[in-house]
Design a protein around this ligand. Structure first.
Ligand code: TYM
Length: 332
């Protein structure tokens, strides 16, 4: 079992990233060979200030480690340091079909009305994501719900390449979407996902938020005047309430049903302080570890460099195999 996943190093980590992905990455470290990387080549599909991006790569690496990713157990690197990623992406872009990419909903959402003005990289990015996964013969990819379509595309590309060239080069990866926390929603709108790009900071809990900010964001989170029902099914049509219950359940490793069971009949005046306390308990130790790391950027650079060296070694045989399958002589 080989587990791989990535995250864009833009902005800071939020609760959606943590519950939807990273917490599950941490748990996998003792059960499988794990590879976690910062998708910085993904970040440049839109304009990012170069100095800020550089700082964010280190900042995000520190955040992953603060959340419990152990570079002694897992491979941690940023993919700009491993040229096999964009190289494989080019080879795969010759297998991927334009029609497949045209169906990617994330491109539609991100380009919005400005499709013609979006970068080619933003459009083709899911192919780079497929390269990220396929280079390492990955078997499982733990991600949130929003990445499911990209992983289906990855499987389609792998299947077509293997079939077109009569090889069994690529392993088909399983998208591994968590059950309850697959889609953590905005605190201001229960129908929009919690996201780094939401202009309102009140819509998300950042892992760097201090205790008072967390409490304030939960206090101000949008809800409704009804008490919590005893069955989670009765939260249908109450997306904000369901989201808060989902967060509570994910933080305590319980089902949403068991949370509604406990709080049935109580209003948000009782539920929100309990949730805020739970969040503070979970996030404040992570924040403390993050602050320790911020003081030592050289240590982070060295972790990322070592990770990249190992990653390049691991990726080489699959990249070679792809060139060979295509009939391309390689090297000078
Ligand atoms: P990114 O950086 O947008 O998000 C990182 C991870 O966090 C999950 N996530 C969420 N989960 C639940 N609720 C939310 N509100 C929420 N917001 C984000 C995402 O599903 C993701 O798992 N394209 C990827 C990065 C990537 C990648 C890869 C992932 C690049 N190459 C290869 C897996 C395999 C992305 O932009 O994630």
């Amino acid at each position: 079992m080989r587990v791989l996943s990535g995250i864009q190093p833009t902005g800071s980590l939020h609760l959606g990233n943590y519950l939807g992905a990273i917490r599950r990455w941490v748990k996998m470290q003792d059960e499988a060979e794990c590879i976690f990387f910062l998708a910085d080549l993904h970040a440049v599909t839109v304009y990012n200030d170069p100095a800020e991006l550089r700082a964010n790569v280190n900042g995000m690496a520190a955040a992953l480690i603060a959340c419990g990713i152990d570079p002694e157990k897992s491979l941690v690197f940023n993919h700009a340091r491993v040229p096999a990623h964009p190289e494989m992406a080019w080879l795969l872009s010759c297998t991927a079909r334009v029609g497949w990419l045209n169906r990617m909903t994330q491109f539609k959402e991100k380009s919005g009305k400005n499709r013609e003005g979006a970068s080619v990289g933003l459009y083709a990015y899911p192919i780079l994501q497929a390269a990220d996964v396929l280079l390492y013969q990955t078997t499982h990819v733990p991600v949130g719900e929003d990445q499911k379509q990209h992983l289906e595309l990855c499987r389609d590309i792998a299947t077509k390449f293997n079939a077109d060239y009569g090889v069994e080069l690529f392993t088909l990866p399983e998208p591994w979407i968590g059950e309850s926390a697959a889609r953590i929603m905005s605190l201001r709108d229960g129908t929009a996902k919690m996201s780094k790009s939401d202009p309102s900071d009140m819509s998300r809990i950042n892992l760097v938020d201090d205790d008072d900010t967390i409490a304030q964001k939960i206090r101000k989170a949008k809800t409704d005047p009804e008490p919590l029902p005893d069955s989670v099914d009765d939260l249908a049509g109450r997306p904000e309430a369901l989201n808060l219950v989902t967060i509570y359940a994910a933080l305590t490793d319980r089902t949403p049903q068991s949370v509604t069971g406990e709080f049935a009949g109580k209003g948000f005046g009782a539920f929100k302080p309990a949730l805020a306390e739970l969040l503070v308990q979970t996030l404040s130790p992570i924040r403390a570890r993050l602050n320790d790391f911020a003081a030592d950027p050289a240590a982070l650079d060295s972790i990322l460099q070592q990770g990249a060296r190992k990653a390049a070694e691991m990726a080489a045989p699959t990249l070679e195999g792809a060139y060979r399958a295509l009939g391309l002589p390689r090297g000078i």
